[in-house]
Unconditional design. Structure first.
Length: 161
């Protein structure tokens, strides 16, 4: 922890030390860690950590911004490895990005991914998939059973709501 003005009370090195526990109405990061570990924060609420991280990063917190930058680095590293193994680095190729964190379309994360991907795999075209994963499985199923014309459009419309 850094010292406050004139050596006063210590202040957190990152605003995340305040924003994350406050979101869950907890007094400290330690209390949040304990609540997550002991199941006092429902598993279904863990996804709430990401928007708090993004908001804190957008407010300029350097640690939060570094975490978002690191996430962009990880996403691009995985994409470049896949493109390399498939021998697609030199061909125009869509890179589909999915999941709740990427679907949130945080400007810092998105621009970080676009910049790094343009540098390391210039022919790759990143696209964020926001559709539910079950949509793809259902579309494949409709293909498999030779479903009636318009079934795929109806299914897409159902999941768009």
């Amino acid at each position: 922890m850094a010292r406050g003005p004139r050596g006063g009370r210590p202040r957190p090195a990152t605003a995340l030390a305040v924003t994350l526990p406050a979101h869950f109405a907890l007094p400290s990061v330690y209390a949040l860690i304990e609540a997550l570990h002991l199941g006092h924060v429902a598993q279904s609420r863990r996804h709430e950590l990401t928007p708090v991280l993004f908001a804190t990063a957008a407010d300029g917190d350097p640690i939060a911004r570094t975490i978002v930058e690191r996430q962009a680095e990880e996403v691009v590293s995985m994409a470049v490895v896949a493109l390399t193994r498939l021998d697609l680095l030199d061909e125009p190729t869509p890179v589909l990005l999915g999941g709740g964190v990427l679907a949130a379309q945080h400007p810092q994360l998105d621009s970080g991914i676009a910049t790094l991907l343009a540098d390391r795999a210039p022919k790759a075209a990143p696209q964020v998939v926001t559709a539910s994963p079950v949509l793809g499985a259902a579309l494949l199923g409709l293909d498999r059973v030779d479903a009636w014309e318009g079934a795929q459009d109806r299914l897409r419309a159902y999941f768009a709501d």
